[in-house]
Design a protein around this ligand. Structure first.
Ligand code: ASP
Ligand code: MG
Length: 411
């Protein structure tokens, strides 16, 4: 007997035919005494459509007072798919029950639209599994202490699935998606990108954080926290995908870096001409923090030594830009900044790999690859296992291909 958590993303359940196919596939692989929990996302583009619907009420629905209502709205998407999938199981003769995030005991904080899981008490799930039911759970959602629905950020169903697998002490956690694994770069951009058999949590986390869209970064953190291996694989084939785990079990040593990630959803904000004195950076970044906006790359440069004036430049996620603009308008007034510059056509390209720890040659080779592709580097930042460069959005494909060629020459 095994307890298996399987997550199916929006494209895997986009139509009722696909929902029936998912139920069929699960049953065809299920051993008679297996206990199966299925976590699903909303059908196809449902979440995007719901956001657009809210946009009909106010062009900027992601703000202040609206956020609770956005969660009330967005959680309906997953509620549709769990009901239909549970019905599909029943039609195929398999007892099944659909449960919302609140019903599976997924407790979150109250940060609407960007909630974090505080704990899971999945007693109800165990009870239903023990009755022989397949349990179909709404991804992307939990409930706060008031019982109000809270969503976990875009792509949050991955996090729901891994967290639930951890809390249930599942034997396996499989993430079924429209790609067949994790690649050394986005295969839509790099045609000779390689599928990896395995990747460590920290490398995957870094890849995801730096824009690889396969998994929500929080879900990988969750896997690491519970030490729950995550198998990312295709809904449409039976082939094995990529396993995210603590360490490599297979000797896969013929790579120098693990992958090239890119992120197009980047906005750059430059607060120009601010006084070079204590408290200035604090004012800017505290006001962003208060608005729950994460800041990524930060650069401060002394622009004019005589006049003791700085420029502070940073990047944020493009979706936070409307709110950030308002926050920065207020903050820059307070600190007497000369001007604020916003650039939306930016992208971040990064190399990731545990092997680069303490090896300076990797950054130089990356910059060389960018120079060969005639890509200018705007901002550079590094972590222990990555190097990132901010570049023009229009040059991202050239940048990623050139870097990939450098580190993954054709065999
Ligand atoms: N439906 C949500 C979204 O589109 C959550 C998910 O798909 O993981 O972001
Ligand atoms: Mg997803």
């Amino acid at each position: 007997m095994a307890l298996i958590v399987k997550k199916f993303g929006g494209s895997s359940v986009a139509t009722t035919e696909k929902i029936l196919a998912v139920a069929q596939r699960i049953l065809s692989e299920k051993k008679s005494d297996d206990k199966i929990v299925v976590v699903v996302s909303a059908m196809g583009k449902t979440t995007d459509n719901l956001i657009a619907l809210a946009g009909g009420i106010d062009a900027q629905p992601y703000k202040g007072d609206y956020l609770r209502e956005m969660d009330m709205l967005l959680t309906t998407g997953e509620q549709v798919s769990i009901a239909l999938l549970a019905m599909a199981f029943k039609r195929l003769g398999q007892p099944a029950i659909s449960l919302t995030g609140a019903q599976v005991g997924m407790r979150t904080n109250s940060v609407h639209t960007k909630g974090r899981i505080l704990g899971i008490k999945p007693k109800r799930v165990h009870d239903e599994l023990n009755k022989g039911q397949v349990v179909v759970v709404a991804g992307f959602q939990g409930a706060d202490k008031l019982g109000d629905p809270v969503t976990l950020g875009r792509g949050g169903s991955d996090t729901s699935a891994v967290a639930l697998a951890g809390a249930l002490k599942a034997d396996e956690c499989e993430i079924f998606t429209d790609v067949d694994g994790v690649y050394s770069a986005d295969p839509r951009i790099v045609k000779n990108a390689r599928k990896m058999k395995e990747i460590t949590y920290s490398e995957m986390l870094e890849m995801a954080r730096l824009g690889a869209g396969v998994m929500q970064p929080r879900s990988v953190e969750m896997g690491q926290f519970f030490n729950m291996p995550i198998h990312v694989r295709s809904t449409f084939t039976r082939e094995l995908g990529t396993i995210i785990r603590e360490d490599y079990t297979v000797e896969e040593k013929d790579f120098e870096i693990r992958g090239v990630a890119h992120d197009m959803k980047v906005a750059k904000i430059s607060v120009l001409g601010v006084p070079n004195s204590p408290g200035i950076a604090h004012t800017i970044f505290q006001s962003l923090a208060d608005a729950n906006i994460s800041v990524d790359m930060i650069v401060q440069s002394i622009r004019n030594i005589d006049r003791d004036i700085n420029d502070i430049v940073f990047t944020i996620n493009l979706t936070d830009l409307p709110e950030a603009k308002k926050v920065i308008a207020v903050a820059s007034e307070k600190i007497n900044a000369a001007s604020v510059l916003v650039e939306e056509d930016m992208a971040k390209v990064s190399i990731v790999g545990a092997g680069m720890l303490g090896s300076p040659g990797f950054a130089a080779r990356m910059f060389g690859a960018l120079a060969r592709a005639d890509v200018n580097i705007d901002i550079i930042s590094t972590s222990e296992i990555s190097v990132s460069c901010l570049v023009r959005g229009s040059q991202v494909a050239d940048a990623v291909n050139s870097i990939h060629d450098e580190f993954f020459p054709d065999r």
